[in-house]
Design a protein. Structure first.
Lengths: 368, 373
């Protein structure tokens, strides 16, 4: 036991002496929370638009005012000729052009019918369709103002309620994903690299011939990262509650327990990678390709899973991060108890045991 | 010149002999380019809807069939109780509940006014917003149908209507892949370029072979050029493979603009990003450090580059950071040239800024490199 503790101490020294690695271990979760919480949003604000107004009458002015009054649009300039539109799209980051034909107001008042053209830069298709929808809604709004006098019969009014996230914040979706990402990253990558490093430097040989049980060598390597992951977990939760006003609706204890399960799962995977590689570069690339990208792609926090081709949806099931993401969402945001997530927990547990057995099986006392 | 030739020979040999590294440099990016665009699809479709119908009349049935026929929604649950529909939401089986109140048809006809209740699972805000929007549009259109049935149509429009026509330029079918594939290509080049370059140099430090090079008559600029050129070539090859083979054959993306301008910009961008790798390597002592630091910055560069999300939505401080990020400019340029066909004159400023980045990053790296050895 004393031996074991001194080994753990050695590993902790290794970690804490290396300030640049610590930057990533503790800096990354903080930066991710801040960026995802404030900077990286799917919201569209201040989109630059141009207007080509041949009418220049009260109606077109009123619509332009309505468009620019909210934060979605930013009127960049008014063009004199619609042939300048293409040029503007190619040169600047203009997202939308709106063209009013001559006699807009006159047509509207006398014929009760007028036309507006919206041209969107669809090289970014999602922004283009969202902005077009916004602009249409604003114009429809103006139209409603016009016909306020004539009351419409047979009106259906939908009342929409947004559950769990009334302000439609992006953070609610991202925070559980960041938790999965950071925990996996720290555990898999760091464990794999720190073991392979000893192999590469030749110090592993010395550790293995010592009277100390080789399995304990490995466990003492993993333990500091287990501790660090807990610290990260606390940091992420604290930041998201204080900075991003995220709720923790369910049981905190359950959340921590499930996170521990994921951490152990990740540590076993790190061990498995380190057993099968001989250079740090390979271990890093394997951990990146095998862990990072699938976590970003297949947890559903960046891209909706249900949009993917069926083959990828099935593939997503083998990554533990997907299940962890569902669990965290259920506990933190929906406030559900264990009865709602026992299936996901069981899958996570099964994966952990499988990885643990595999990595212990492939662990070799001798180096070639 | 001869020294450089030998150094390059050494580097290429080292890269090609490493059986684990080479496939990862070449195969992994291609795989990602094949899988990522399939996965990275923001388009909202297949929204699962639960309908709670307290009315059970012709009108409520008509509304339901209109919703299911729209193609956006999939009816997963139809019942009488809001609670059981809410359970579906808790289990993630359904995204949206539409509750039709009792007396829907009666009230609509007699009182000319009726409400419908919609509850949306808003954990994913974007999806919730769009889903709610689609449903409101369908209800509005259903509302129009009803109105037409009861109100005699008039010869002229009774109320002023504005007809809005919209057109989507550069990508008329709103194909998301056209947008995301060039962006992912940039991300891959950035990652491979900076990581490989940083790790490669630090490895020499860690193993100790850099000492041997330092005591030979090899000049510093020889050494740095010897490290930069191989990865510059690899970056070029990878980008070409991605753009001219994968993007063209699989996604049907053919650049509208000039390939020369694109490659000229790529060349400068690679110098800048390799300079970043070099800079990181001068700071790091071990591969673990280099990897951590490189990962930290690349992650920020990727998230702040407008690869997935629009820059316009960012707050001011974040927008300024994004503008200090070389990846932002390359992603903009790639999309401008490939999709919009912008020419050299349109992206002159981008060129100047990128040359600035290349100079700055490499200058810092060389300056710092001198001090450490």
């Amino acid at each position: 036991m004393k031996q074991f503790l001194s080994f753990v101490r050695k590993e902790l020294y290794h970690v804490f002496r290396d300030s640049k690695t610590l930057l990533m271990l503790f800096g990354l979760p903080i930066v991710l929370i801040v960026l995802f919480g404030f900077a990286v949003t799917n919201e569209i604000k201040n989109a630059k638009i141009i207007v080509c107004d041949y009418a220049k009458d009260p109606a077109s002015q009123e619509i332009i005012n309505k468009l620019t009054v909210n934060t979605t649009f930013n009127l960049e300039k008014t063009l004199l000729n619609h042939s300048q539109i293409e040029e503007a799209f190619k040169k600047e980051d203009i997202k939308l052009a709106i063209v009013f034909p001559a006699n807009f107001n006159k047509d509207l008042l006398h014929l009760n019918k007028a036309q507006v053209q919206i041209i969107a830069d669809a090289s970014d298709p999602n922004t283009a369709s969202t902005l077009t929808n916004y602009a249409m809604a604003v114009i429809m709004d103006y139209q409603m103002d016009l016909m306020q006098n004539s009351n419409l019969p047979y009106r259906i009014t939908p009342e929409i309620r947004m559950l769990y996230n009334p302000e439609l914040k992006g953070a609610t979706n991202f925070v559980p994903g960041i938790m999965a990402l950071v925990l996996l990253l720290v555990c898999v990558l760091m464990t794999a690299v720190s073991i392979v490093k000893e192999k590469e430097m030749g110090t592993m040989e010395i550790l293995l011939v010592s009277p100390f049980n080789p399995l304990l060598v490995i466990i003492s390597k993993a333990l500091p990262f287990l501790l660090l992951s807990f610290v990260n977990l606390v940091v992420i939760l604290t930041l998201s509650v204080t900075l991003l006003d995220m709720p923790i609706n369910g049981s905190l204890l359950l959340l921590v327990a499930e996170s521990t399960l994921l951490i152990i799962c990740a540590l076993s995977l790190g061990l498995l990678i380190s057993n099968n590689t001989h250079s740090q570069q390979t271990a890093m690339l394997l951990a990146m390709m095998g862990m990072m990208l699938p976590t970003i792609l297949f947890t559903g926090f960046m891209f909706p899973l249900e949009n993917m081709p069926v083959a990828l949806q099935i593939l997503a099931n083998i990554f533990p991060s997907k299940w962890y993401y569902i669990i965290v969402k259920s506990i933190m945001i929906k406030g559900l108890g264990f009865s709602a997530i026992w299936k996901e927990t069981l899958i996570l547990l099964g994966t952990t045991i499988l990885l643990l057995v595999l990595s212990l099986k492939t662990f070799k006392k001798r180096l070639e | 010149m001869r020294t450089l030739k030998f150094l390059l020979q050494k580097e290429f040999k080292q890269i090609f002999r490493n059986k684990a590294l080479l496939p990862m440099i070449l195969v992994a990016p291609i795989m990602q380019l094949l899988i990522m665009p399939l996965a990275a699809d923001y388009e909202v479709k297949n929204i699962n809807i639960s309908i709670v119908d307290h009315d059970h009349t012709t009108y409520s049935q008509q509304l339901i069939s209109k919703i299911t026929a729209s193609g956006y929604f999939q009816l997963v649950d139809y019942g009488n109780s809001y609670q059981s529909a809410f359970n579906q939401i808790e289990k993630d089986k359904s995204d949206l509940i539409l509750e039709i109140p009792q007396g829907f048809e009666k009230n609509l006809v007699r009182e000319s006014n009726e409400k419908l209740f919609i509850a949306v699972n808003a954990i994913n805000g974007v999806k919730a917003g769009l889903g709610g929007n689609y449903l409101s549009q369908i209800i509005a259109s259903y509302n129009n149908d009803i109105r037409l049935k009861w109100v005699q149509p008039q010869k002229y429009n009774a109320v002023p209507t504005i007809e809005v026509t919209s057109s989507y330029w550069f990508n008329p079918f709103l194909n998301y892949r056209f947008f995301i594939v060039p962006g992912i290509l940039v991300a891959l080049v950035t990652m491979i370029g900076s990581y490989m370059c940083a790790l490669n140099i630090v490895k020499e430090k860690e193993v100790g072979t850099i000492e041997q090079i330092n005591v030979t008559p090899i000049k510093k600029y020889h050494f740095i050029l010897g490290k930069l050129i191989p990865f510059w070539v690899i970056g070029m090859v990878m980008f070409s493979l991605g753009l001219l083979v994968v993007a063209r054959l699989i996604y049907g993306i053919v650049p509208f603009g000039s390939l020369w301008v694109l490659y000229a910009f790529l060349g400068i961008f690679l110098i800048a990003i390799l300079g970043l790798g070099l800079l990181i390597s001068t700071f790091a002592e071990t591969q673990q450090q280099a990897m951590s630091v490189a990962f930290f910055f690349i992650m920020i560069f990727m998230l702040m580059s407008g690869l997935f999300t629009s820059l316009d939505g960012m707050p001011k401080w974040a927008y300024i950071i994004a503008k200090c990020n070389p990846v932002t400019y390359f992603i903009e340029v790639v999309r401008m040239i490939i999709l919009k066909g912008s020419g050299f004159a349109d992206i002159k400023n981008h060129f100047l800024i990128m040359i600035g980045f290349a100079g700055l990053l490499n200058g810092l790296a060389i300056w710092n490199y001198k001090k450490t050895t």
